[in-house]
Design a protein around this ligand. Structure first.
Ligand SMILES: Nc1ncnc2c1ncn2[C@@H]1O[C@H](COP(=O)(O)OP(=O)(O)O)[C@@H](O)[C@H]1O
Ligand SMILES: [Mg+2]
Length: 229
């Protein structure tokens, strides 16, 4: 496979954080390749740099050195404005804290990415409703986040992330706040939608069961990514 078939191509990524007068190197020459339609896990103990890596891939954080090519764009070359556009066009994020807007209904929350992508309101409504139906919430379109259970909120978060049909989905501990039963439900849902919609998925998790859906499993150890064995 040539590099151009890769949705994510990271080479020798170094990232450190400055805290007062000390520098902590979190990622120390990390490599990662993700092909189209591939599910790749990034596992590892708390604090090893999983979210740091995801934030860099989503053009939400800078890095010290290395190559970070995402959907054919080298992120270091982008201005802040270009990063915003890049995120809007290419990347979806499923958060652990579902980050739903509290004053908007489930339907309105899922419509947001479509409105940003300049779909008409009628079309956005239709597509958001159909996406919520797919995640089993077709009867809860008018519910506000405060009226939804944790599992239901998580599913709205998934619907919002996937509705715009982006090429790359980044999920940061998507089952982190859920009990076993809801975790399983969310996992089946993400797996089925990935098969149907064919996006690439980077799954950050320390949930072994969730990680088992990945085509390739990896673990961050000492600042680099190693195949999971
Ligand atoms: N903005 C920041 N400034 C300083 N240190 C940070 C910052 N963000 C994260 N860190 C540190 O970097 C390390 C990796 O964090 P993170 O990527 O959130 O880990 P993980 O997601 O694997 O639990 C942790 O030690 C954390 O304290
Ligand atoms: Mg994290």
């Amino acid at each position: 496979m040539t590099d151009s078939n890769l949705v994510v191509n990271v080479k020798n990524l170094v990232k450190s954080y400055q805290v007062v007068d000390k520098s902590f190197q979190i990622l120390q020459g990390l490599n990662l390749e993700v092909a189209a339609k591939e599910i790749v896990s990034v596992e590892g103990a708390s604090g090893v740099g999983k979210s740091t890596l995801l934030n860099i891939l989503g053009a939400m954080d800078s890095y010290d050195s290395g190559l970070v090519d995402v959907c054919g764009t080298e992120l270091a070359t982008l201005t802040e404005r270009q990063k915003e556009l890049f995120r809007g066009e290419k990347i979806s994020i499923i958060f652990q804290q579902h980050m739903l807007l509290p004053d908007f209904t489930a339907l309105e929350n899922v419509m947001i990415p479509l409105m940003i992508a300049k779909h008409s309101k009628i079309k956005a409504k239709e597509e958001a409703a159909s996406m919520l139906d797919k995640v089993g919430l077709g009867e809860r379109l008018d519910s506000f986040p405060s009226q939804l259970s944790g599992g239901e909120s998580a599913r709205v978060g998934v619907a919002r992330a996937l509705v715009a049909g982006k090429e790359l989905v980044l999920a940061d501990e998507p089952t982190g706040n859920l009990d076993r039963e809801n975790s399983r439900m969310l996992m089946d849902l993400i797996r089925n939608l990935q098969q149907e919609m064919s996006f690439s998925l980077i799954l950050v998790t320390h949930d072994m069961e969730l990680a088992s859906m990945a085509h390739k499993r990896n673990k961050i150890i000492s600042g680099v990514l190693q195949p999971f064995v």
